[in-house]
Design a protein around this ligand. Structure first.
Ligand code: PLZ
Length: 459
């Protein structure tokens, strides 16, 4: 395989000049067991210094990342099929993002946008207003994390409608803060023991074609009937849903489900919020997944891919809804930090001008093609689904379709031990999801899938 740069094995990895980003050799390279000795040392320190609740799935000390690899302190180079949970879509340490961050941080680290505003925040808002689905007038507000964006979208919808209730769906994931835990469906590990949760949050069934076998129209009718009978449109501020449910299992709703929910919201004066924290920014082969389903949300929440790895999040939506809040009602010390905003402008430039939407589609074709081929000869793969570079396989008992979480965990663990970072997800813990950085070269994606296939064959 051609080397694009000196590898870490050519250098001393004690050398503090180890450089990440695209200069890293784009290869899987295993030079120690995983975790190697240096990684074990860090993990031991982690165990005694970091709260036990903060777990990890890949037992390495990461020291550099870029293109399609993450390099550890022992000199192993792992294929990255997770992007730090769908964050480094433009590529880890993308040169444009790095340069923008360096310039911005040298200029000023912080003023607080609520004290003295600056250009980069306004420019990010303008870009989001331009890119978000729909040609209506839009406005944006910036925050630090996906959960914080979701919290603020709910605040805004409540203020706009004067109503308290919020509908979320089965399999939903919206975050780990108190209100977003209430919105999130899965108890373990996200909610167990952390209540009481925020009130006025109601849950209704989602569309899960592989399991409910309902058409989009029927699934929507079921959800709407529960909303009307048990909650009532006149109490309802917002319906929030991920266009493709992420942590819940990369569940792609049946055709027509989302449009029917949006139509109902519009007819009943309820704010429809698309949580595009995981699906946003080219990940699904469209700038936003809402476009795939032909829906125009009233509000969308974004984070993750927005700033190439820097912490930033946003709520973007109809100007009249976004403006319903009194002055001073929205904000936060760090929301829209100038360094994060500079990173976002560079990342958005990359999404728009480096062909990343098309790249996500190409990666999706490779991923789903290979996984469907595996499925054809292995009935333990019950379903292959997703869009663009957001693809998953659901593992089941071939006869009963019962979720097989043990097989899923074993395959993921074996792949990681072989130097391929894969993530699991799903309400039933039986889904392996693929979220490669859009900067990954084809040969690494193919090799990563070979490793997963071999792990599955051996399991
Ligand atoms: N909404 C749709 O996917 C974050 C969470 C990982 P934050 N998903 C990864 C974990 O175990 O904590 C997410 C999401 C959707 C909201 C969020 C929350 O985003 O930036 O993690 O707060």
């Amino acid at each position: 395989m051609p080397r694009v740069a000196p590898t870490l094995t050519d250098m001393s990895i004690t050398d503090s000049t180890v450089v990440g980003g695209p200069t890293l050799a784009q290869e899987r390279r295993i030079v120690t067991a995983i975790p190697g000795p240096r990684s074990q040392e860090l993990l031991a320190r982690k165990a005694s210094a970091v709260a036990a609740g903060v777990a990890h799935t890949v037992p390495i000390e990461a020291v550099a990342a870029g293109g399609g690899v993450v390099v550890d302190a022992d000199g192993n180079s792992l294929i990255d099929l997770g992007s730090g949970i769908a964050v480094t879509s433009v590529g880890n340490a993308h040169p444009g993002v790095v340069a923008a961050v360096q310039d911005a941080v040298a200029q000023m680290t912080h003023t607080c946008f609520m004290i003295s505003p600056y250009d980069s925040y306004v420019s990010v808002a303008e870009a989001l207003n331009r890119l978000a689905p729909g040609d209506h007038a839009k406005k944006s507000a910036l925050f630090n994390s996906g959960a914080e964006a979701v919290e603020n979208a709910i605040k805004i919808a409540r203020k706009f409608t004067g109503c308290p209730a919020v509908v979320a769906f089965d399999h939903a994931y919206h975050g780990r803060t108190n209100l977003t835990m209430a919105l999130t469906a899965k108890a373990m590990p996200y909610k167990s023991g952390f209540g009481p949760f925020a009130s006025e949050v109601y849950r209704v069934p989602a569309s899960y074609p592989f399991r409910d076998e309902l058409s989009g129209a029927d699934a929507a009718a079921k959800a709407i009937s529960i909303i009307e009978k048990q909650i009532g449109a006149d109490s309802l501020a917002a319906v929030i849903i991920e266009p493709i449910q992420g942590e819940g299992g990369f569940i792609v709703p049946a055709d027509g489900f989302l449009p029917a929910i949006v139509d109902w919201c519009r007819a009943n004066g309820v704010v429809f919020i698309a949580d595009e924290v995981q699906t946003g920014f080219a990940r699904t082969g469209a700038m936003f997944a809402s476009e795939i389903f032909g829906i125009v949300p009233d509000l969308i929440t974004t984070a993750k891919g927005i700033a190439g790895g820097m912490p930033l999040a946003a709520v973007t939506g109809r100007a009249e809804i976004m403006d319903a809040t009194h002055g001073g009602g929205l904000g936060g010390t760090y929301g829209g930090n100038p360094v994060a905003c500079a990173a976002a402008l560079a990342a958005i430039d990359a999404f728009e001008h480096e062909g990343l939407i098309e790249r996500a589609q190409q990666l999706g074709a490779i991923l789903s093609g290979r996984l469907r081929e595996l499925q054809a000869s292995d009935p333990r793969i019950g379903d292959v689904r997703g869009h663009g570079a957001m693809i998953a396989a659901e593992f089941v008992d071939p006869v009963t379709k019962a979720p097989d979480a043990a097989l899923t965990a074993a395959v993921a663990k074996a792949a990681i031990a072989q130097g391929v970072i894969v993530l699991t997800c799903g309400t039933y813990g039986n889904v392996i999801r693929f979220l490669p950085p859009l900067s990954i070269p084809d040969h690494l994606l193919t090799e990563g899938l070979d490793v997963v296939a071999a792990a599955l064959a051996a399991a």
